[in-house]
Design a protein around this ligand. Structure first.
Ligand SMILES: Cc1cc2nc3c(=O)[nH]c(=O)nc-3n(C[C@H](O)[C@H](O)[C@H](O)COP(=O)(O)O)c2cc1C
Length: 170
């Protein structure tokens, strides 16, 4: 695989994983890809909470379905640090956290791993389970591992709308 577009097209959400853990070297590269993600005004409000042992994943199950993944990263961002647009007071907190999440999702793919982006979680339960401080807002969860979906793995790319429904040249 050579180009970014090939990498992006090769990825799909995986919702069943092997027990095989994610190698520490790969986890470090994934976290690095999140660290270098751009953020509004370079405020860098993100915090990545890494859950890599069975006990932490069990706690996570109280807040969402981690799809048997051996590794999950809760992508939080600090509401006191994220840049806010002065004109309408719109915080960039979700955008910053989501760019970091996307970097890590595609980085995982590049390393031969699979992932699923999760927002269907109970925020209050997540905060309770992991004692997340009030200023840190959990925005996304990225579960990562090796697919156990086998040949039944669905590639939803075919479900994407055609390019002309996305693009308008003005
Ligand atoms: C912002 C966002 C939130 C998502 N939340 C969930 C989720 O809570 N649970 C889930 O199983 N998939 C979730 N997904 C995965 C999407 O359902 C998936 O990306 C989409 O159906 C396209 O399929 P693909 O990832 O296989 O290309 C989310 C994806 C994004 C980008």
């Amino acid at each position: 695989m050579n180009t970014f577009i090939e990498l992006a097209k090769s990825r799909n959400s995986v919702r069943n994983y092997k027990e095989k853990p994610v190698e520490k070297e790969k986890l470090d590269i994934i976290l690095e890809s999140g660290r270098i993600a751009p953020t509004a005004a370079n405020q860098q409000p993100c915090k990545f909470l890494v859950l890599e042992n069975k006990n932490s994943i069990k706690k996570l199950q109280n807040a969402c379905n981690p799809h048997n993944a051996p590794l999950a990263i809760i992508i939080c961002a600090d509401k006191n640090i994220a840049w806010t647009r002065p004109f309408d007071k719109n915080s960039m907190i979700e955008i910053d956290a989501s760019i970091a999440t996307d970097h890590m999702m595609l980085c995982a793919q590049d390393l031969g791993l699979n992932s699923c982006w999760i927002t269907y979680f109970h925020p209050d339960e997540l905060v309770k389970q992991f004692n997340i401080p009030k200023n840190l807002i959990p925005i996304n969860i990225l579960v990562i591992g090796y697919s156990d979906e086998g040949k039944t793995s669905k590639c939803l790319k075919k479900d994407r709308k055609p390019i002309d429904s996305f693009v308008e040249y003005l």
